[in-house]
Design a protein around this ligand. Structure first.
Ligand SMILES: [Fe+2]
Ligand SMILES: [Fe+2]
Length: 470
């Protein structure tokens, strides 16, 4: 008599776990691909759109991670087959931005959405309700992106490279259109892009008319302290240009995979916020009939041919430090009194724009507090970031005061004060703008337009303020 085989232990973790693990990888890859290519969007409307989509992808990844973690022994980053890396690398290595968006949206997202719907139709709606609920949210986020893509592909209906499309399509087929249940074996997939030569182009996508307007920024700096009208115009432009911060943050996010997910998730929100500030500024300018052609947009001067090297952890630390400890922390007081001045001047729309920014900025300062030390640790940096931040802010204010004094002298005499050595590379160009009659006329025209359409009640009575903090 033979001993009967021990009954096989019923498996608690269902096949669905592998599907969810694969989908987490694909959703995160889409996040990374949008971050990798998003800077190349050329039409203004596409810039905030790609930033928003990266944020939606981060939301999708976060939901999947939480669901995976709920399985016994489940891992938020459960390994997936190396073949998924091949698939997603093929999408990433597109000939250009339009192709990358086609691969990501028309091919991969469409396949994902179909797979989610198939799962919803075939799995148990009662026992597995948490997954059902999550998938419906994921589908909704993909539908927002699909709607954008339908419009984008109309605008960029160029001849598509058939080899690229065929490769991605073949690889999707090989993965049973993202419904494949194979148990992965080592080596597992690394993050998309890691093992490729993908490099981001140096110059972000240029919007039409990006360089048509004369440079009035030096005039805004010059008259900032004494004119609430100038401060109001400055913030419309300043916010509009914050899209440049978001463009840089897309780059950070692509290179931040040495950091824990929670950082990437929060930084994705930070990036989306900055793109929203860019849109806030432009929408306020548009309230007055102004547009990109009247102001200009050059992503803080990012230019040049060629490709950017990968960011090191140290690079990320320095840029994250600079934004959170200098630009964001250094502007709090300036934004607070500007909000007050615009509200007192009865320009409720400009005050509201400031108010929502201040709400976002409060959480951005918190991101700095939460993550700088962690990035420093991983980047091998040892320093008291608070101390350095305070010293830089004080130094920038001092330089700003000296610069404005020098500009005043120059505007009046055509000469710099004796002994003044400009520390800023843009300063020479700025000096030319101060005495450029075209820039001056444009500056006066913009102020006059705002004054006519929405006069500030405190134009003559608002208090004198300090110079810009940097
Ligand atoms: Fe901002
Ligand atoms: Fe911010």
């Amino acid at each position: 008599m033979t001993t009967p085989a021990a009954p096989r232990k019923p498996r608690i973790v269902p096949d669905a776990y592998q599907l969810l693990a694969n989908w987490r990888y694909v959703e995160y890859s889409l996040f990374r691909i949008i971050c990798a290519w998003g800077r190349q969007a050329c039409d203004w409307q596409d810039k905030p759109a790609v930033c928003y989509h990266a944020w939606l992808q981060a939301e999708n990844v976060d939901r999947l991670r939480k669901r995976l973690d709920q399985y016994p022994g489940g891992k938020p980053e459960a390994p997936v087959s190396k073949t998924y890396e091949t698939l997603m690398n093929a999408v990433l290595l597109a000939p250009d931005f339009a192709h990358a968006m086609h691969g990501a949206h028309a091919l991969v997202q469409a396949a994902l959405t179909r797979a989610y719907r198939e799962y919803l139709a075939e799995s148990h709606p009662v026992h597995d309700k948490p997954t059902h609920e999550m998938l419906r949210e994921l589908i909704a986020n993909h539908e927002i992106q699909a709607k954008w893509f339908a419009d984008f592909s109309q605008r960029y209906a160029t001849q598509l490279d058939q080899t690229y499309l065929a490769t991605v399509t073949r690889l999707l087929n090989e993965h049973e259109h993202l419904m494949d249940l194979r148990t992965p074996t080592e080596p597992y997939a690394a993050n998309v892009g890691i093992n490729t030569e993908f490099r981001q182009p140096q110059t972000p996508g240029r919007v039409p008319h990006f360089n048509h307007a004369p440079n009035i920024m030096p005039l805004l700096q010059l008259h900032w302290a004494e004119s609430v009208e100038v401060r109001r115009l400055f913030f419309m432009i300043g916010y509009f240009w914050e899209m440049g911060v978001a463009e840089q943050q897309l780059r950070w996010l692509y290179h931040a995979d040495f950091m824990p997910w929670q950082f990437i998730y929060e930084e994705a929100r930070h990036m989306w916020d900055e793109s929203r500030h860019g849109n806030s500024g432009l929408s306020r300018l548009r309230d007055f009939g102004l547009d990109i052609k009247d102001i200009g947009y050059n992503s803080y001067g990012a230019s040049g041919d060629g490709f950017l090297p990968p960011m090191t952890p140290r690079d990320l630390y320095e840029e994250f430090f600079d934004i959170t400890q200098t630009a964001e922390t250094g502007y709090f007081e300036t934004k607070r009194y500007s909000f007050e001045d615009f509200a007192n001047g009865k320009d409720a729309a400009s005050a509201e724009m400031m108010q929502y920014d201040i709400i976002d900025e409060t959480s951005h300062a918190e991101y700095g507090r939460r993550w700088l030390e962690e990035i420093a640790k991983r980047a091998g940096v040892q320093e008291d970031y608070r101390k350095r931040g305070a010293a830089i802010r004080a130094q920038r204010q001092k330089e700003s005061d000296e610069r404005v004094a020098a500009m005043k002298h120059y505007a009046a005499t055509g000469q710099l004060p004796a002994g003044y050595n400009p520390t800023d590379a843009h300063f020479v160009g700025d000096l030319a703008a101060l005495r450029d009659p075209v820039a001056r006329a444009h500056f006066e025209k913009l102020l006059q337009l705002l004054r006519e359409k929405c006069p500030l009640a405190n134009a003559a009575t608002a208090p004198k303020r300090p110079n810009l903090p940097m």
